[in-house]
Design a protein around this ligand. Structure first.
Ligand code: A2P
Length: 260
């Protein structure tokens, strides 16, 4: 696969699905030489006359997948997403050949339960991680939470969990070891409230019949708005959870969901 004059891969859109006026999912062909770790992000953009504008996008497909999946917000007036939301199969997408990110296995010390807490498009890296067989080798249980304003915004997560549980490679593992908890904050649904509030009043743990957090065995990944990350940190750090990175693994890692 060759790089274009800007040093970027030029790939093709293969699928697009819109969920709401704010959210959509799309797939692109994967450059054969692009290697990444499940949970990482890549810089992505559209062809333009000048230097292309790139934004960081978490890859939602696992590292073994033949195509690359992304889950995007549509920001009115957003420099990239205003145009990106109009893509159709066959259109060209540009990718920088390097991937990176902190939501990777290597940034966490060994543990038993892996909590993946997300808001909005922050669920994307966890969709990659929950589809990776290595995650099930490293952890006994995976708990994915997704909080959005409305029920329609949760649909992508439900679809991906369903697909994962029916996947020939990891379906059985996921059925046995993956829990999914979805909540809404601005519309009535089975679980209502911010994840911070539901952790603090313990209703999240009660709903899933789980023991409360214990830094000795639990590992946490956070992806969403800065406000959510800050507030979850203020709950888990006093419990003894320590932030990690690829260089210095810890008991939790964070990454903000990208916008624009
Ligand atoms: P809320 O509706 O109460 O603001 P957004 O759509 O703005 O990206 O937000 C995604 C989800 O993240 C919403 O359900 C929102 O709840 C929730 N959220 C926003 N701020 C926080 C926070 N500080 N802690 C936990 N959840 C938050």
């Amino acid at each position: 696969m060759t790089l274009n004059s800007h040093g970027l891969f030029a790939e093709r859109v293969t699928e697009v699905k819109h969920y709401t006026d704010r959210l959509f999912r799309f797939r692109v062909t994967r450059p054969q030489s692009l290697r990444f770790r499940s949970g990482e992000f890549v810089m992505l953009g559209l062809p333009s006359d000048g230097k292309p504008l790139l934004r960081a996008y978490s890859i939602a497909s696992p590292s073994w997948d033949e195509s690359l999946e992304f889950f995007s917000i549509k920001v009115p007036g957003g420099p990239l997403t205003e145009k990106l939301q109009n893509i159709k199969p066959g259109d060209e997408i540009l990718l920088r050949p390097k991937t990176t990110g902190t939501l990777v296995h290597d940034a966490l010390t060994p543990g038993k339960r892996l909590f993946m807490l997300s808001t909005g498009t922050g669920i994307a890296p966890f969709i990659s991680i929950m589809r990776d067989p290595e995650t099930y080798e490293k952890f006994e249980n995976l708990i994915l939470t997704h909080t959005c304003r409305s029920v329609a915004e949760l649909q992508y997560g439900f679809e991906c969990v369903e697909e994962t549980k029916n996947d020939p490679l990891i379906g059985e593992l996921a059925q046995e070891h993956l829990l999914h908890f979805a909540s809404t904050t601005r519309e009535a649904s089975a679980n209502q409230g911010r994840i911070t509030q539901l952790m603090q009043d313990r209703s999240f743990f009660k709903a899933l019949n789980l023991k409360f957090l214990d830094p000795a065995h639990d590992r946490i990944m956070l992806c969403g708005s800065m406000a959510m990350i800050k507030d979850v940190k203020s709950i888990i750090e006093p419990l003894g959870f320590i932030e990690g990175s690829s260089h210095q693994p810890g008991s939790f890692v964070i990454e903000r969901a990208f916008v624009g």
